[in-house]
Write a protein that binds this ligand. Structure first.
Ligand code: ADP
Length: 547
């Protein structure tokens, strides 16, 4: 028996905070405002983080207590990311676009003691507070406290007053690296929100991947436009990875429309950017109308939903490579990233770039068939993707003990609910979410593949596909689409485009053209709502079902 001579060294967020404030004075958080950019150095983020910790300690917040945020991406949110977990409390990022019922459920379920809220969204939060009896304090950030209306059991503070005069250092506790650091609920695209709790260790290791060249290669030379919200899987881990690497982060605050995003890019010239496909579809439509050089971006990281291959081609045309990635709230989120194998360039790389990519070393993966058997990585066999690893959740949070629901876990593996194939050299393709696959006359259609082909028609702005009941075939695909101009709302022409691109039996009969496809709180097509509207007869259906 031989023992290692290595030291242990707990992987803690306080370590990242202290390191980044000391060695990266040049790195900053750039927050977009009505009047352009506002800069905050990492040194100042560290100072504010410590001030927040001192102020929270005075309010009685201690190790393990939940401190929530109801905020956009901005410097103050970054300071909370720094200070709250470092003091041992747990940062709970609340999704700004939840329904009132979901928000109240989540605040109570997580037992939040304090909420920091941006003044611009305080009116959204106010009505929830009657339903949250255990919440004690609300701190209003970036605007007047009058923006919030709160019942008597809650003390309202102004952020600036709360931290004013507090020391800019804090004696960070020597936590166990496995301690809870940040919690986030799934956005409930396919069910009720479920709580995932990240640890200091999981966040630290995930940051290593984001900064590595197998991940995003985020470095001290980068400026990252973090469009993906800090309430959605920790903005894909970027706030912490930036502290690790000393990268500047450009944060859009509430300015998430294509026009301000492009203004932000023109002003700050980021080298990287990260967002879901629907954001890039909007940016692309705007770029086509008003061309702008965006080649300062060395890469754009896109995930959270399948990236249509036509979008990758489109961005290649702008001179900016899209890098496709897959993940979930449960996976911190980076589960795969599509970087073509060595020696494969140009057009030959395209088939790799449209996949969801390879699993990084710490993420174990397998695909499981209908009878529970493990399927081969042959690029053909389709089964449910299961993953495991140090930044993959092993359970869901419950106040009286975390749970490993068998519908979501299989002997320590997370069941993703995604149907996937994997090639022998490890490139994973999501065929569809299991719940979104369409079974027509006994054959399966992937709603994602069909959406991708439909979206490759230049007359389509955006389109989603769901399965709907059909008397003859049990289920058939229904397309809900936004078209470029009224003339394009032509079912025959849309169907004709699909001829030869998908098998004839897959070509949808039922179409409806609308001004916007419903989106989830994190900007994905909201198929749950589309299904509901369809069932309630809200769509004007064009096209004839086959007899
Ligand atoms: P929610 O489940 O509430 O939508 P998540 O953001 O955790 O919230 O969603 C994770 C799911 O999003 C994955 O299980 C998968 O179905 C989908 N997804 C994420 N990235 C991709 C991608 N690159 N391609 C296809 N689907 C993706």
């Amino acid at each position: 028996m031989i023992e290692t001579t290595m030291q242990h060294g707990d992987l803690l967020i306080s370590g990242l905070v202290e390191y980044s404030r000391k060695v990266f004075p040049e790195a900053k958080i750039v927050t977009w405002t009505e009047n352009g950019a506002r800069d905050t150095s990492f040194a100042d983020i560290g100072n504010q983080g410590a001030q927040i910790a001192n102020a929270l300690a005075k309010l009685g917040i201690g190790v393990g207590d939940r401190v929530a945020t109801f905020m956009w991406n901005n410097a103050e949110h970054q300071a909370l990311y720094a200070g709250v977990p470092s003091m041992g409390a747990v940062l709970h990022t609340l999704n700004l676009r939840l329904s009132p019922e979901q928000a109240i459920f989540i605040i109570n379920h997580a037992d939040d003691k304090v909420i920091f809220v941006d003044a611009s969204v305080a009116p959204l939060l106010s009505p929830y507070l009657q339903g949250t009896p255990n919440l004690q304090h609300v701190v209003v950030v970036n605007g007047p406290v009058e923006a919030l209306t709160a019942p008597d059991h809650i003390t309202v503070h102004a952020y600036a007053d709360l931290i004013a005069g507090e020391p800019t250092t804090y004696d960070w506790p020597a936590l166990d690296e496995n301690a809870a650091a940040v919690m986030c609920y799934t956005s409930g695209t396919t069910g009720d929100p479920k709580g995932v709790v990240y640890s200091h260790r999981s966040i630290y290791l995930h940051s290593l991947l984001v900064t590595s060249t197998t991940g995003m290669g985020l470095s001290n030379r980068d400026s990252m436009l973090a469009i993906v919200p800090m309430f959605h899987v920790m903005s894909w881990g970027l706030p912490y990875a930036a502290m690790f690497a000393g990268s500047t982060v450009v944060m859009p605050d509430r300015f998430l429309q294509p026009e301000p995003l492009l203004a932000m890019m023109a002003a700050t010239k980021p080298t990287l950017a990260a967002a879901v496909p629907t954001i890039w579809a909007g940016v692309s439509a705007m770029l086509d109308a008003n061309p702008q050089d965006i080649t300062h971006l060395r890469e754009v990281i896109v995930g959270g939903a399948a990236v249509p291959p036509s979008m990758i081609t489109k961005f290649d045309g702008y001179g900016v490579p899209i890098v496709h990635a897959w993940g979930m709230t449960e996976t911190s989120p980076l589960g795969t990233i599509a970087r073509p194998p060595a020696g494969i360039e140009g057009d030959d790389a395209f088939p790799y770039r449209v996949t969801q990519g390879r699993f990084p070393a710490p993420v174990a993966a397998r695909i499981i068939g209908d009878n529970g058997e493990e399927l081969p990585w042959d690029g053909i066999a389709q089964g449910e993707l299961e993953v495991a690893g140090p930044w993959i959740t092993g359970s869901y949070f419950q106040p009286d003990g975390n749970v490993t629901d068998p519908a979501k876990f299989n002997n320590g593996w997370l069941r993703t609910g995604d149907v996937a194939t994997v090639t022998p050299n490890g490139f994973m393709t999501i065929v569809d979410r299991a719940k979104d696959m369409i079974k027509t006359g006994g054959e399966w259609i992937s709603s994602v593949e069909l959406e991708n082909v439909i979206a490759s028609n230049p007359t389509i702005v955006e389109a989603t596909v769901i399965g709907v009941p059909d008397a003859k075939w049990d289920e058939r695909p229904f397309v809900l689409a936004v078209v470029r101009s009224e003339d394009d709302a032509d079912v025959d022409a849309q169907r004709a485009y699909l001829e030869g691109l998908v098998p004839r039996w897959q070509i949808p009969e039922r179409w409806s053209f609308v001004t916007e496809v419903p989106k989830t709180s994190v900007g994905k097509f909201d198929k749950k709502r589309v299904r509901q509207h369809y069932a309630e007869g809200d769509y004007q259906i064009l096209g004839q079902p086959q007899e």
